[in-house]
Write a protein that binds this ligand. Structure first.
Ligand code: GTP
Length: 422
């Protein structure tokens, strides 16, 4: 076949590495269209993403979500009547909305955590949030273990935007504790809230201190993976995004007028306007780019392949379920066939030996019976011979008496017949 020609340059190294040889196509086959098939299918199916927002009250969480997705996902807030009944724990609330852009549908779920950091004692504020994340993993695990797994509902949290108060100092113990407890369960994306309240230099210095704290406490925040097939432009784009973490953000879902009469999303101050979508003013664009345009699938994949997978194996091992390593043993089909043939032959020879033993036992039994009947026959034959001999002698005796004229004895005159043993 023409397309079986081997590409000499790559073959040696490729086959050495994985026994896969590269082939040169002689004509158009059509699998270059596979990405388009996936694209069509995905668009038809729609996308789904669940993000969590965590931060102290009033840091601009709802404003940011509305700004991110350019929609009033959070309804305008009604300022609640002051109440003496303050909640005792962090609440977990989720809002789901179907949004559409250029025919692509996205089911977006935002999980809010009102009450976080709002209590006098916030020591355990992270706990209800961790419990919620893990219960979502449990729900997914339960579905995976069902007999019918055709319709898996994925409510796992794919990203957690953690709002850091713009104090300009360093991370607070509450921030450290939260991130330390949660980083193995969720993709953490730290952001500096309301960064318009700080100068550019302050933001820069604050970012450095936050990153130092994160490194010091060995906290794992979301890092975009790099692939060898990424082009230089993508790699540079990813580096640029990652260099902005923690993103200094400004949220506003209102439009304000800037010089020249143009309307922009931003916050208006007596000294000017902070534009949300202007990269010179804040990192909002970079956050949106990472979360929605470039890394949404990456966040979902990391959640499924690492965070959930780790949780799942921890949970199953805690329940005493062990992985059977032989399941993953590589099998050589020729060797396997040879092993099976040997096992079959051993079984056959064992059966043959057993049958021989049974046959021998039966033959011996038959021989013993025949011998016994032979002996019996011989004994009867001997008995009959002796009886006949006795009769012959009696008759001889009678004959002699008659010939000599002697009378037969009375008892002997009685008629007597042959008697045979039966
Ligand atoms: N300066 C400034 N103010 C903001 C920003 N984002 C939101 N705000 C304002 O901060 C206030 C609180 O914003 P929300 O979005 O309601 O904050 P939240 O974190 O959702 O608050 P809770 O629902 O109480 O947890 C509102 O008055 C917003 O207009 C920002 O980036 N900069």
């Amino acid at each position: 076949m023409a397309d079986n020609q081997v590409d000499g340059v790559n073959t040696a190294s490729a086959s050495a590495a994985s026994n896969v040889i590269r082939k040169k196509l002689q004509g158009y086959v059509g699998f270059a269209n596979l990405p388009n098939q996936v694209h069509r299918k995905s668009v038809k199916k729609g996308f789904q993403f669940t993000t969590m927002v965590v931060g102290e009250s009033g840091l601009g969480k709802s404003t940011l979500v509305n700004t991110l997705f350019s929609t009033q996902l959070y309804p305008n807030k009604v300022v609640a009547e002051p109440s003496h009944e303050t909640p005792k724990t962090v609440d977990i609330q989720s809002i789901t909305a179907d949004i559409e852009e250029n025919g692509v549908r996205l089911r977006l779920t935002v999980v809010d955590t009102p009450g976080f950091g709002d209590f006098v004692n916030n020591e355990e504020s992270w706990k209800p949030i961790l419990d919620n994340i893990e219960s979502r993993f449990d729900a997914y695990l339960e579905q995976e273990n069902r007999v019918n797994r055709t319709k898996l509902v994925d409510n796992r949290i794919h990203a957690c935007i953690y709002f850091i108060a713009p104090t300009g100092h360093a991370l607070k113990p509450l921030d450290v504790e939260f991130m330390r407890r949660l980083h193995t369960r969720v993709n953490l994306i730290p952001v500096i809230a309301k960064s318009d309240t700080m100068t550019e230099e302050e933001v820069h210095a604050f970012k450095e201190r936050i990153l130092d704290d994160i490194n010091f406490h060995n906290i794992q925040i979301f890092q975009a993976p790099q692939y060898e097939y990424d082009d230089a432009e993508t790699i540079a784009e990813n580096r640029e995004i990652m260099s902005k973490i923690p993103f200094a953000i400004v949220g506003s879902d209102k439009e304000v007028e800037i010089e020249g009469g143009r309307m922009v999303r931003g916050r208006k101050y007596p000294w000017g306007v902070i534009e949300v979508d202007n990269e010179d003013h804040c990192d909002f664009v970079k956050l949106r780019q990472m979360l929605i345009r470039t890394h949404m699938e990456e966040l979902k994949e990391y959640t499924n392949n690492f965070l959930y997978e780790n949780y799942r194996s921890e949970k199953l091992s805690a329940m005493g379920i062990q992985q059977d390593p032989t399941v993953f043993k590589e099998v050589n089909p020729v060797q396997k066939m040879e092993e099976e043939r040997l096992a079959h032959e051993t079984k056959l020879s064992k059966m043959e030996a057993e049958m021989k033993m049974v046959f021998q036992a039966k033959v011996q039994e038959k021989e013993a019976k025949l011998k016994q009947s032979e002996e019996e026959l011989y004994a009867r034959h001997k008995e009959m011979k002796e009886a006949l001999e006795r009769q012959r002698q009696e008759l001889e005796e009678k004959k002699k008496r008659l010939e000599s004229g002697r009378p037969l004895t009375p008892e002997k005159s009685k008629k007597k017949g042959f008697s045979f043993n039966k």
